[in-house]
Every structure is written in structure tokens, then in C-alpha cells.
Write a protein that binds this ligand. Structure first.
Ligand SMILES: Cc1cc2nc3c(=O)[nH]c(=O)nc-3n(C[C@H](O)[C@H](O)[C@H](O)COP(=O)(O)O)c2cc1C
Length: 271
């Protein structure tokens, strides 16, 4: 019978949906297996000064949002330094009701390279970063119940040594290229150089500065020191709704996603 000493959840989660899913899975696993659980965010720059290192005997839940159908590319260098010391692990991706494409298999492979033996994985749904209507309010109670049921099956699979590793998950290898937004005329255009605008409603409270995962917003709340990944943490956290995107390609892409992917996607889990 396999035993784990502790559960460690580590996540990158600018708008907190990945955090909610991972912590729900971890709490249920901790309750079912009767082992302690600790959480570690690596969302903010100050939380990434050291690489992720998990002690031997851990059960690691690694959570990432899906960006452009993949693991966010600006996080790859940091994730590549991870060391799992032969722990077991679950790759968990959270996506905005469109598709997770190759993100789950990519995260699984990152964990395996870090010496984490993946035993189960899942793709869950969170409100889309760009939108307040696409996947609105998700993960909701149905999603979180599915996350708990998944945790119970994982616990029993681990306890009975019935897992396969690396866990087989959905996705293509080689991974498909990052999805590029489409414009109204059907052509594709990247939005890498797009930054949020700030309206006169801004009170310079600094909330946006504190939530930016790139540390990109200067203390004046108006200027930028590096690039913007469009995670929308600042847009969604601004207490007065002062931050917004007005780029034409961004707005068309957002509307297109909201219209095309209005149906309810459901979590998928793999053991
Ligand atoms: C740059 C960017 C690209 C995204 N690409 C996808 C995607 O390909 N498919 C999808 O369904 N959601 C996509 N999303 C939405 C996020 O995956 C989703 O909102 C997720 O719940 C955000 O996680 P967080 O709350 O932990 O930040 C994207 C979000 C951003 C910021």
C-alpha cells in the first residue's frame, strides 16, 4: 500500500479559479487519506524567488490555468526548475470554458521531468479571465462536487496501488502551437503588446499593483514596467472597475469566445 506523508498544493492563479479547484481537491484528499495539507502560491513575483521543491513522500497537486491551449509560456522556465524528489502528483489545469487543448498533457510532462510520478489529472472550468459571462461564476458548486468526487477516487486508487504512471491524459504530442486570436476579417493577430487602459475612476489604491503576477504595474497604477499577459487579475480586482482593454483584436476575440463557447463545458478527469 502506497503512503504519502503530506499533500502540497502549488498553483499559479491570477484570478483564483485554479486555486479554488486545487484547494478543494487537496482538502478532500487530506480528509480521505487522513494526512496534512499545505498550500503554496507561485502567482506573484515575490512567491517565485525560489523554485518549487517538494520533499520525498509528498502528494503534489500542481495547478495551472490554460493560456492559448497550453501551459502559460512565460511560466515554463520557472516550472522547469521544479524538483519533486520522486513524489506522486496530480496535474490540474483550469480553463475558461473553451478548451484545454494540450495544456494538461504538457503539465503532466513538466511534472514527470521534475521527478513527480503523475497518478491522476484533471481539467476543470473557471470563469474566463477575459470575461464576466464566459464560464461565469465557475468553478461552481457542481464543479467543486466533481472535484471532491475525483479526490475520493484518487485516494482509493493510491491506497490500493491501482494507479498508472505517467497518468494517461488527453492531448497531442508534439503539442499544438499556442492559439492566436482571430480578427473580424478572419486573419490572426497576437495581442502580446496590448496593455489595460485606466479610466479617471482610478483612485490609485494600488490593488492592481499588488495582484499583477508579472509585477508589471508601476506604483502609480498607470504605467507598466514589463509586459502584460492579459491574465486580467488587475481588471477583476480593481475595486472601482477602472481598468479595461480597448484593443480591437482583444475585444473581438473576447466577444467571439463568449458567443462561440457559450455551452457548458464539463470537467474531465483521468486516472
Ligand atoms: C492569455 C490567456 C489565454 C487563455 N486561453 C484559454 C484557452 O485557450 N482556453 C480556455 O478555455 N481558456 C483560456 N483562458 C482562460 C483561463 O484559462 C481561465 O479563465 C482560468 O480559469 C483562469 O485561471 P485563474 O483564475 O487561476 O487565473 C485564457 C486566459 C488568458 C489570460
Amino acid at each position: 500500500m502506497t503512503t504519502c506523508a503530506r499533500i502540497i498544493t502549488a498553483y499559479f492563479s491570477p484570478t483564483n479559479t485554479t486555486k479554488t479547484v486545487c484547494e478543494t481537491i487537496a482538502q478532500e484528499l487530506s480528509r480521505t487519506l487522513g494526512i496534512p495539507h499545505e498550500s503554496r502560491s507561485f502567482t506573484l513575483p515575490g512567491e517565485r524567488t525560489e523554485p518549487l521543491v517538494f520533499p520525498e513522500g509528498s502528494l503534489v497537486i500542481l495547478g495551472m490555468p490554460v493560456y492559448a491551449g497550453r501551459v502559460p509560456n512565460f511560466m515554463l522556465k520557472y516550472l522547469a526548475q521544479t524538483e519533486g524528489n520522486g513524489s506522486m502528483g496530480l496535474p490540474i489545469v483550469v480553463y475558461g470554458n473553451r478548451n484545454y487543448d494540450d495544456a494538461l498533457i504538457e503539465l503532466r510532462d513538466i511534472m514527470e521531468k521534475a521527478h513527480i510520478h503523475t497518478v491522476a489529472g484533471g481539467a476543470f472550468i473557471g470563469e474566463h479571465s477575459f470575461s464576466r459571462t464566459l464560464g461565469q461564476g465557475r468553478p461552481d458548486s457542481q464543479d467543486l462536487n466533481k472535484a471532491r468526487s475525483f479526490a475520493q477516487v484518487v485516494a482509493s486508487t493510491i491506497s490500493n496501488d491501482r494507479y498508472r504512471t505517467p497518468v494517461p491524459v488527453k492531448g497531442n504530442v508534439p503539442y499544438r502551437p499556442y492559439m492566436v486570436p482571430q480578427k473580424a476579417d478572419g486573419s490572426h493577430k497576437t495581442i502580446t503588446k496590448v496593455f489595460p487602459k485606466v479610466s479617471d475612476a482610478c483612485t490609485n489604491c494600488g490593488v492592481c499593483v499588488s495582484v499583477c503576477p508579472l509585477g508589471s504595474i508601476a506604483p502609480d497604477c498607470h504605467t507598466y514596467t514589463t509586459f502584460c499577459v492579459k491574465c486580467c487579475a488587475c481588471v477583476k480586482a480593481c475595486p472601482v472597475g477602472a481598468r479595461y482593454y480597448d484593443d480591437e483584436t482583444y475585444l473581438f476575440h473576447k466577444k467571439d469566445l463568449e458567443e462561440t463557447y457559450a455551452r457548458r463545458a464539463e470537467p474531465e478527469t483521468f486516472i
